[in-house]
Write a protein that binds this ligand. Sequence first.
Ligand SMILES: Cc1cc2nc3c(=O)[nH]c(=O)nc-3n(C[C@H](O)[C@H](O)[C@H](O)COP(=O)(O)OP(=O)(O)OC[C@H]3O[C@@H](n4cnc5c(N)ncnc54)[C@H](O)[C@@H]3O)c2cc1C
Length: 417
Amino acid sequence: MPDHAISSRTVAVIGGGPAGLMAAEVLIAHGVAVDLYDAMPSVGRKFLLAGKGGMNLTHSEASAAFLSRYGSRAPQIAPMLQAFGPDALRAWVHELGISTFVGSSGRVFPTDMKAAPLLRAWLKRLRDAGVRFHMRHRWLGWDEAGNLRFATPDGEHKAQSDATILALGGGSWARLGSDGAWLPLLAQHGIAAAPLKPANCGFDIGWSAHFQERFAGQPVKAVVASCVAADGIEYKRQGEFVVTGTGIEGSLIYAMSAHLREQIIRQGNAILTLDLAPGKTFERVLDEVSQPRGARSMASHLQSKVGIAGVKAGLLREVVAKEDYAHPHKLAQAIKALPLQLLATRPLDEAISSAGGVLFETLDEQLMAPAMPGVFCAGEMLDWEAPTGGYLLSACFASGRSAGLGAAAWLQAKDPQ
Ligand SMILES: Cc1cc2nc3c(=O)[nH]c(=O)nc-3n(C[C@H](O)[C@H](O)[C@H](O)COP(=O)(O)OP(=O)(O)OC[C@H]3O[C@@H](n4cnc5c(N)ncnc54)[C@H](O)[C@@H]3O)c2cc1C
């Protein structure tokens, strides 16, 4: 229902990813004029990329487990998800004419797994509602009079707004538009941010040339990975990952990447421990390894007795010292707990998402920066992180909605009827 008190107001939404588009939708529904600016020729590029590998919108798990995915930022994300959680998000997607389903992992996808039909329907609805889109407008900050400055193909443009939503994304995949260049712009105005760091990322190991040549690109399936986080708690998870030319990546690695990244920052490297034979006890593996092998090589013995071959066998050869490889007890230990030493995260630009960003402590509960009244922040540019599984988009949509509602309420409070 349009709010007549604020209908003469204009809000600038800068950034046309899921967070900015959601803020625009909420604001236009309140009757304010909405100008949406984006640096790129079209909006939602990262959203579309997310759809390439199967758009995972959200997750169907119970709310306590869902919230725990946001780690130390769960308290700040909780109110936003209470207002617009996974069920509300799915209902909203259905309203756009897109059906969804819950996969066997509990993840929620559009039925066709794609992002493009959803984005198309959403943009049509926003345009029909009156949102004005300004593409190729790269925000440069504010001038001394408080106007928004944009670099455009026709030179610098300035714009005024009664409130501004910044939804500029994180720092990964910069070619899709989000490059983190806003960090110093906000710092100049007292909006504090933690440095951006790669999240849901791969790691460098420094493979030998032989291993890299033979196994780069190969999946390592059915392993249990574990690591010890800063709080001393051991995190363990079964899954699969991929050997890359420089190290490892893939869903299992992303799921543990925040702990591994922090370990590297603290101590210069991180240890990821792999159980290469998760279905078997140590005793059983030891028994299998210790059986007489006759003239057989250790490689064919491992394959026939323990079922370890290919890239798993390659990993053993790569990590286990030559003398230990011939020692049944030490080899069995390595099969059940192979320590991979990770040297560095892959660069932020390659990561699925970013950790770090605008500190919640610099914002109020409506996501407005009191240092810049009328300026709100939303989406991945805020200082939270989460694993893949739909948690990223869920918090982007929810925070975009919160910022939009916050801006509408702020304008209303400034301008009561
Ligand atoms: C390969 C890949 C797969 C993914 N898959 C999933 C998935 O399946 N599920 C999931 O939940 N998440 C997924 N994500 C993460 C998800 O896409 C992001 O978290 C989400 O898009 C962030 O939304 P946002 O609106 O905060 O920012 P973005 O989507 O990054 O949008 C920010 C916008 O701001 C614009 N912008 C930036 N700076 C400026 C500026 N100075 N001036 C003007 N405009 C500017 C950008 O051009 C961009 O359009 C994936 C990410 C990647 C890279």
